[in-house]
Design a protein around this ligand. Structure first.
Ligand code: NAD
Ligand code: LMR
Length: 325
C-alpha cells in the first residue's frame, strides 16, 4: 500500500464539496490504490455542518480514507497538504456575473495563498474552483512567493466538459469521439470555447457543424451555461463542478493520455496573451505536470475572442491589485 497523501478541500460543508469529497474518498481523483488524509476547511458558522459531513464520511467506511480533520484555521487545514482544492467562497445568484464576486471572495484567496505558502507541502498542487476562479487563483499565487506560480491553477474543465457534450449532441456522437477542443481565457461569459482544432470521430468539427450554430448557438450556450443552471436549479452547479474538479486534478496528477484538456494556468506569453494573468489554455498533462499545446493556428475569429477574454482578466487583475503582495 502507498503512503497516504494529504488533500485539503475548502468550503467542506458547501454544495460542491458534498459531491466532491465523497468522490475523492473513493479514489476517483488520485487512484484506487492511494490512501488519503482529508483536511477540510470551513468558516466558524459552518463548523457544525462540517461536523455532520465528517460524520457521513466516517459512516461510509471508505477503505482509502485514513484520517479526516476539520478546521476553521487555514494554517491547520493546509498543514503539509499535497493537494489543495479551494472551493470555499460565495457563489453568485441570479442576475450576477462571476466578476461581481471579486469583492466578496478576493480576501479569502490572499489569506489562503499565504497559508499555503507557509504550511503546505512545497510541491502542493492547487486548484481554485471558487469564483471568479481565474483571478482568485492569481491572488493566491501572488500571496505565495515561495511556491511556483505554476502550482496554482483555476478550473475551466467544467466549461470544457460542457462544450464536449454540446458538440457530441449536435453531431450525434459520444463525448469519447471528440478530441482537440479547448477553452481559452476566463471562466466567465467572455470565455472562448474553440472548435477550430476539434475533431469528431477523426473529422474536423467545423466541417460537421455550420458557422451560424458555432458562433450563435454553441459559443453562447457554453459561455452562459453557469447562469442557465442557476436559473433552472435556483443554485449554482455543484455535482458537475465537483466532477470537473476531479477530472482536472486526476489529469494533472496522472496525465491526460495525450488528450488536450483545458486548464487556467499562469500565462507565459504563449499565443500573445499577456503574462501575469491566469488564462485557460489547451494543455496536455504528463509526468505530473502540464504543458501548453503550442503552434495551433489562430484565425481572426478566434483571435478577437481570445483577446476579449484576456482583456476581462486584465481588468479583474486591476480590481484586485490591493490584494497582491
Ligand atoms: P456553497 O455556498 O454551497 O458552499 C461554499 C462553502 O464555502 C460554504 O459552506 C461556506 O461556509 C464556505 N466558505 C466561505 N468562505 C470560506 C472560507 N474563507 N474558508 C473556507 N470555507 C469558506 O457554494 P458552492 O455551490 O459549493 O460553490 C462554491 C464556489 O465555487 C462558488 O464561488 C461558486 O461560484 C464556485 N463554482 C465554480 C465553478 C467553476 O467551474 N470554476 C463551478 C461551480 C461553482
Ligand atoms: C458555473 O459555471 O456553473 C459556476 O461558475 C457557477 C456560476 O456562477 O456560473
Amino acid at each position: 500500500m502507498k503512503d497516504p497523501v494529504r488533500v485539503a478541500v475548502t468550503g467542506g460543508a458547501g454544495q460542491i464539496s458534498y459531491s466532491l469529497i465523497f468522490r475523492i474518498a473513493t479514489g476517483e481523483m488520485l487512484g484506487h490504490d492511494q490512501p488519503i488524509i482529508l483536511q477540510l476547511l470551513e468558516i466558524p458558522p459552518a463548523m457544525d455542518a462540517l461536523k455532520g459531513v465528517i460524520m457521513e464520511i466516517n459512516d461510509c467506511a471508505f477503505p482509502l480514507v485514513t484520517e479526516i480533520h476539520g478546521s476553521d484555521k487555514p494554517e491547520e487545514a493546509f498543514k503539509d497538504v499535497d493537494y489543495a482544492l479551494l472551493v470555499g467562497s460565495k457563489p453568485r445568484g441570479k442576475g450576477m456575473e462571476r466578476a461581481d464576486l471579486i469583492k466578496a471572495n478576493g480576501d479569502i484567496f490572499s489569506v489562503q495563498g499565504k497559508a499555503l505558502n507557509d504550511h503546505a507541502s512545497k510541491d502542493v498542487k492547487v486548484l481554485v474552483v471558487g469564483n471568479p476562479a481565474n483571478t482568485n487563483a492569481l491572488i493566491a499565487a501572488n500571496n505565495a512567493p515561495d511556491l511556483d506560480d505554476g502550482q496554482f491553477t483555476a478550473m475551466t474543465r467544467l466549461d470544457h466538459n460542457r462544450a464536449m457534450t454540446q458538440l457530441a449532441q449536435k453531431t450525434d456522437r459520444q463525448v469519447t469521439d471528440i478530441e482537440g477542443l479547448a477553452i481559452w481565457g476566463n471562466h466567465s461569459s467572455t470565455q472562448f470555447p474553440d472548435l477550430s482544432h476539434a475533431k469528431v470521430a477523426g473529422k474536423a468539427a467545423l466541417d460537421l457543424v455550420d458557422q451560424d450554430w458555432y458562433a450563435n448557438d454553441f459559443i453562447p450556450t457554453v459561455q452562459k451555461r453557469g447562469a442557465a443552471i442557476i436559473e433552472a436549479r435556483g443554485a449554482s452547479s455543484a455535482a458537475s463542478a465537483a466532477s470537473a474538479a476531479l477530472d482536472h486534478m486526476r489529469n494533472w496528477v496522472a496525465g491526460s493520455n495525450g488528450q488536450i484538456v483545458s486548464m487556467a494556468i499562469p500565462s507565459d506569453g504563449s499565443y500573445d496573451i499577456a503574462p501575469g494573468i491566469m488564462y485557460s489554455y489547451p494543455v496536455i498533462c504528463e509526468n505530473g505536470g502540464y504543458r501548453i499545446v503550442e503552434g495551433l493556428e489562430i484565425s481572426d475569429f478566434a483571435r478577437e475572442r481570445m483577446q476579449a477574454t484576456e482583456n476581462e482578466l486584465r481588468e479583474e487583475r486591476e480590481a484586485v491589485a490591493h490584494l497582491m503582495s
